[in-house]
Design a protein around this ligand. Structure first.
Ligand SMILES: C[S@@+](CC[C@H](N)C(=O)[O-])C[C@H]1O[C@@H](n2cnc3c(N)ncnc32)[C@H](O)[C@@H]1O
Length: 415
């Protein structure tokens, strides 16, 4: 592990190239330091105002995500599967066009993979597996300093990572050294990678990037920054609220509109920690009641919330009639709601609208994250689809969407 001084130096060099953006010099208003949450974090060295750019990071490695349900697409432009897709005869990577095949990026990928001895003919190589492993494979292209930076990031070793690399050995021979580096890259990616947003409406493979400076930011469910990507996949991190000198600068690893049980479970499963931030500790989540469920007493109009939200086995209590419900019953309802959501076709706007207005609202309070999520999706779709404009539907949603969203964004994100 590098010392804080060594890490700060490498980070400065990594960012140095990008400090001058559109003629503006951004001086850093933060340092890397020990965090009370454990490990390192980023801390303000002067008072920071909302809108201030904190840094512009660029990925050490980027590429397809590694989940088993990954979509099949071009490994260069990320376009999703079509008739014209083919495997590169030299390396077996999936491509959509000669143009993508002729890019430097593919040339680099192909040089590494094409340099390995193939154990089977190219047609028999599992291109989906190769795509899942590709981001880690790209770690072999890093120079020594970049490797050092990647290896200085937190890495999740348990449960064991890199099965996609081990499985590749059925198709290729590569050195133990390469294997070790790719597996370490998988561990670093798991702990630190950011999913890269693609422009709305563009159907692309989901991708991720290892942004090493952003990766040093710890999580808070009431983060004080937000990030955006430009077309070159640079990530700009800006403050969204005043940050006092000496305070920690946070990002949010989970969905901000998820209720506490959903956020904490996600953070535990993916980032291996149980968040204890003040939003997680507040049963009402700053009055937004995002996790609320309807009271189990049929005639009671009340909402139920966890009594001690930081305890995984907490009882829940109705705010109206005071009924206590054991955690296992709450989990059963949450599981059933999750299954119900799993049956939805999110591309079908009419189905979503029917589900929201006629079905789900009978079972959960209007403040619940599922209602909020469906409202967001509908606003998005109705605002974008031809002949289905958001303002035409305005009256239907005005009571719920306007007040609910303004309230949630204000309380959760901005305060
Ligand atoms: C992307 S890294 C953040 C930087 C990290 N602290 C370091 O020293 O490099 C993510 C890891 O930091 C820790 N972490 C981040 N936010 C946390 C929080 N709110 N509470 C506890 N641990 C946190 C967890 O170990 C998590 O897996």
């Amino acid at each position: 592990m590098l010392s804080l001084e060594q890490l700060s130096q490498i980070v400065k060099e990594h960012l140095g190239l990008y400090m001058l953006i559109e003629g503006t010099q951004y001086t850093s208003k933060w340092i890397i330091s020990e965090s009370a949450l454990g490990g390192r974090g980023i801390f303000a060295t002067e008072d920071i105002m909302p809108g201030d750019v904190l840094f512009v990071d660029h990925p050490l490695i980027r590429g397809p995500r590694s989940g088993t349900t990954i979509q099949r697409g071009c490994t260069i432009c990320n376009k999703l599967d079509g008739d014209e897709f083919f495997k590169c005869p030299k390396c077996g990577l999936l491509l959509c066009s000669e143009q993508c095949q002729n890019t430097n990026r593919h040339g680099d990928d192909c040089d590494i993979i094409g340099g390995w001895t193939k154990k089977v003919p190219t047609e028999e190589i599992d291109d989906t597996l190769l795509s899942r492993a590709l981001t880690a494979i790209r770690s072999l292209l890093l120079n020594e300093e970049q490797k050092q930076l990647m290896l200085s990031l937190v890495a999740h070793m348990e449960p064991p990572h890199g099965s996609e690399i081990t499985r590749l050995k059925k198709y290729f021979d590569f050195s133990d050294e390469d294997e070790q580096m790719m597996i370490l890259a998988c561990c670093a990616l798991d702990a630190n990678a950011f999913q890269i947003a693609s422009p709305f409406g563009v159907k692309e493979m989901s991708t991720r990037g290892l942004y090493p400076v952003a990766a040093l930011m710890n999580h808070s469910c009431v983060s004080n920054t937000r990030y955006t990507f430009n077309s070159d996949l640079q990530m700009t991190v800006k403050a969204v609220k005043p940050i006092r000198s000496g305070s920690e600068i946070f990002t949010c690893y989970s969905g901000i509109l998820w209720g506490t049980p959903a956020r904490r479970t996600y953070l535990y499963k993916t980032k291996h920690f149980l968040c204890k931030c003040e939003r997680c500790a507040d049963p009402t989540e700053r009055g937004t009641l995002l996790a609320a469920l309807k009271c189990f007493v049929t005639e009671c109009p009340g909402s139920m919330l966890p009594v001690e939200p930081l305890k995984l086995s907490t009882r829940w209590r109705c705010l109206e009639c005071g009924l206590f419900v054991p955690n296992k019953n709450i989990c059963a309802v949450q599981g059933a709601l999750g299954s119900l959501m799993g049956t939805l076709d999110f591309d079908n706007v009419n189905e979503l609208e029917y589900f929201l207005l006629r079905r789900i609202i009978k079972f959960i309070p209007k403040t619940n994250q599922i209602v909020v999520d469906l409202q967001c999706r509908l606003i998005w779709e109705l605002g974008e689809s031809e002949g289905l404009r958001w303002h035409d539907k305005f009256r239907t949603y005005i009571g719920t969407v306007n007040t609910c969203h303004a309230y949630i964004f204000f309380n959760v994100y901005l305060l």
